[in-house]
Ligand binder design. Structure first.
Ligand SMILES: [Zn+2]
Length: 259
């Protein structure tokens, strides 16, 4: 039996700006409209976990939208568009960057990804990253499901120092529990860096779904979830990717041609 694969899309920014890892609001809306028109269903994190562990279930035209890091542009630009189309997405946040105070957003100016990270690592981090209240609002509206991306975003520096990885992940999980009153079961690897050993650590802490930055198909392995990095290209581009990555056979052929 050939199972369908569930395509998982990976976004970072949605903002009106020329930048790496960014999709402009106009293109983002075009992509969502395209998904809706073609009958794609955006899954919640729970639904995705159920389907990836139950490959016999019908997962045709199911897609998971994910965002990494927790940049404030997700709140300002992606959230209203997702809400307009009544679509779901998962947002993996690095909890050390999330402020627990109110921030006025009328002065936010989109700048390129690299510059945003530079600000995120300064005392001005609240200017470019979401606050807990913003995360709470997006979750309560049923749009973004907030999940874990580690605390410090430094897991790649902690390889072979298992106790640091464990501490980082436990802190992240605890902060999400305290602020959003839920158990986070989904985790995306900062910078996509992981080893077979770090997978075991994350499993031990209780995470059930681990997201990589590698391309590929998702049949029944929740611990090596593959994602497609979404480009600032219209719904035609996205449609092609979805056709390729929802078929295990097509994506195998495609990856042979690509490399
Ligand atoms: Zn990240």
């Amino acid at each position: 039996m050939i199972f369908n694969s569930i395509p998982v899309l990976m976004y970072h920014h949605v903002m009106p700006c020329e930048s790496d890892l960014n999709v402009t609001p106009q293109i983002f809306e075009e992509q969502l409209r395209g998904l809706k028109t073609k009958g794609w269903k955006t899954l919640t994190a729970d639904e995705f976990l159920y389907l990836i562990t139950n490959p016999y279930q019908n997962r045709k035209k199911c897609v998971l939208l994910t965002f990494d890091d927790g940049f404030v542009d997700n709140f300002l630009y992606a959230y209203p568009i997702l809400r307009k189309y009544k679509m779901n997405a998962v947002l993996f946040v690095a909890t050390d960057f999330i402020a627990d105070f109110e921030v006025k957003r009328d002065t936010f100016k989109p700048v390129p990804h690299r510059e945003i990270w530079r600000i995120a690592f300064s005392e001005r981090k609240h200017e470019v990253m979401c606050t807990w209240n913003e995360l709470k609002e997006m979750q309560e509206e049923g749009v973004f499901d907030i999940q874990s991306h580690g605390h410090s975003h430094k897991i790649p520096d902690f390889i072979n120092q298992n106790y640091l990885i464990e501490k980082d992940l436990r802190t992240c999980k605890e902060l999400i529990k305290r602020n959003l009153h839920k158990e986070s079961l989904h985790f995306s690897w900062p910078k996509g860096v992981y080893t077979e050993e770090t997978i075991q650590i994350v499993k031990k802490i209780g995470f059930k779904a681990l997201y990589t930055t590698q391309r590929g198909v998702n049949i029944n392995d929740p611990f090596r979830i593959k994602r497609i990095a979404v480009k600032d290209k219209g719904s035609g581009w996205l449609k092609k990717k979805l056709i390729i990555y929802s078929s295990s056979l097509l994506s195998k052929i495609y990856s042979k041609i690509r490399f």
